[in-house]
Design a protein around this ligand. Sequence first.
Ligand code: FAD
Ligand code: SF4
Length: 503
Amino acid sequence: MTIGIWVLGDQLWNEQSALHSCQQNYQNTPVILIESLSYVQQKRYHRQKLVFIWSAMRHFAEELRQQGWPVSYETADDFETPLQAWVTKNTITELRVMTPNDRPFAEIIGNLKLNCQITFIPNNHFLWSESDFKTWAKSQKRLIMENFYRVGRKRFNSLMAGNKPIGGKWNFDKQNRKPPKRNLNPPDALWFEPDPITQEVINSVNAQNFPSYGKTEPFRWAVNRHQALQVLDFFIHHRLPNFGPYQDAMVTNEDTMWHSLISPYLNIGLLQPEEVIKAVENAYHQNQLDLSSTEGFIRQVLGWREYMHGIYIYMNPDYSQSNWFNHTQPLPDFYWHAQKTDMNCLRQILSQVERTSYAHHIQRLMVLSNFALIVGVSPQSIEEWFHGAFIDAHDWVMQTNVIGMGQFADGGILASKPYAASANYINKMSDYCSSCGYNPRKRTGQGACPFNFLYWDFLCRHRDQLKAQGRMSLVLSHIDKISDQDIQQIHEEAFRWRKRQST
Ligand code: FAD
Ligand code: SF4
C-alpha cells in the first residue's frame, strides 16, 4: 500500500495535517502539487494573485524536496489528468488531502475519478476546529463576535491575567479608530524583489491569455515562509506600536497605513495564527507596547479571522446565495477599470487594488463594499469581484466578509446592522473628499456626492425591512425629517445614476 499526498495551493506548511500524517515515512511518500490552468480560467483573477499562489507553491515544493520528500510538480489543464498519471506511476492506493478550507474545492476533489481511495485528513489551518466552533455556536442564542472572542482569549490564554483580561478591559476600541490628522507618516511596508522562481511565474502569467485583471508588476509580495516571517517581524517592530489609533483611517497614496499585510500569508499557510498571536503578545510584554494597539490586533486574528471561518463552516452551503435585500443591480464596470470613475475615493482605492491586489479593511468595507450595497448590486456579483481582485481572497473568507458583513445579505446573522454609510463617513475618515469633484455635503442637485443620494435611497427603499434591526431606529428616524419633495429627488437621482451605469 502506498500513500500519496496532494498539497493544495493554500496548504503550504510542513505541519499541515496530510503531510503531518506521513512524517514518519516522508522519504517514501510521494507528494504532488498542481497548477491547473482551466481552474483559473473560470473566473477573472488579479494577475498578482496568480503569481503569488503559484510562486509560493513552487517555493514550497522546493522546500519539501530539500527535506527529502519525493515531490512532483505539475502544470496542467485540469487536476484529474496529472493526478491519475502520478497515482499510476507511483502505484498509489490512498490519496491523502487535508480537508480543503473552501467547500467548492472539496466538491471538485469529491468528483474526481481516480484509481485509488481518497482520504480527507481533518483540517488544522485554524485555531478553532470545526467541531469546537460548532459546539460554541450551538450554545449561543446569537453568534456575537465579541462573545466568541472573549471565549477565545480565555481558551488560548491570550492577553490574560489569570481569569481577567490584561488591562481590565476586553476591548480598547475607544482609543482606536481615529480620523486621520494632517501629515501622518506611516512607515514603509516590507516588500521583496522577485527571485528567479517568481520571475519565471510572472513571465508565464504575462504570456497566458487569462481573463485576468490588474498589473503583474511591480510584484513585491513575500512568496515563502522565510519572507513571510520577516513581514511579521517587521510589522511587530515598525507598525504594531501604532496599529490601533489609525486602523480605520484612509489617506491618499498610503496604501497600507499601519496594517500588517499578513493575510495573504496566513491564508495559504506560510504563517500560522498561533505563532502570530504569540509573537505579538511576546513583543507586548518585552517592549511594553501600547495595550490598545496590541489588543486591537490580536482581536483581528484570534477574534475576527477565526469567527469568520467558523461561521462559514457552520452555515449551509446556500449561505453563499443569500440576498436579503433582493439586490439585482450589475456591478458597475469601473470596479474592473478604476479610471472610469470620477468619484475620488473609489478611483483611489480601485487604482490601488489594480496596482497591488490589496486594500485595508476600511477601504474594503466602508468604500468598496458600502458603495455596492447602497447601489443595490447583487451580493454574488460583488463577491465575485472581491474574490478575483484580492490577493488574500478565498471562498471561506469571502462568504462571511462580503455576503455577510459587507452586504448584509444574510439578514443579520453576522452583523447587527448593515455597513451602509454616506459621504459623511468617508469625509471624516479619509482625505479623499478634499480632492474630489463631488461635494460630500450635498445630498442632491449639481455636484452632489453619489454616496449621499444612493445612501438615502437605500434607506428609504428598505425602510420596512430595516425597522426590525434595532440599531437602525435612529438612522431611519432621520428620513422623516426630509421633505417629500427631497425624497422624490433622491429617488430620481439614484435611478438616473443606476441607469447611466447599465447603459
Ligand atoms: P490587518 O488589519 O493587519 O489585520 C490583521 C489580520 O487580522 C489580517 O491579516 C487577517 O488575517 C485578520 N482579519 C482581520 N479582520 C478579518 C476579517 N474580517 N476576516 C478575516 N480575517 C480578518 N480578509 C482576507 O483574509 N481575505 C479577503 O479576501 C478579505 N476580504 C474582505 C472583504 C471585505 C468586503 C471585508 C469587509 C473584509 C475582508 N477581509 C478579508 C477582512 C480584512 O479586511 C482583511 O483580512 C485585512 O484587511 C487584511 O489586511 P492585513 O493583513 O493588513 O490586516
Ligand atoms: Fe467619495 Fe463623495 Fe468624497 Fe468624492 S465626495 S471622495 S465620491 S465620498
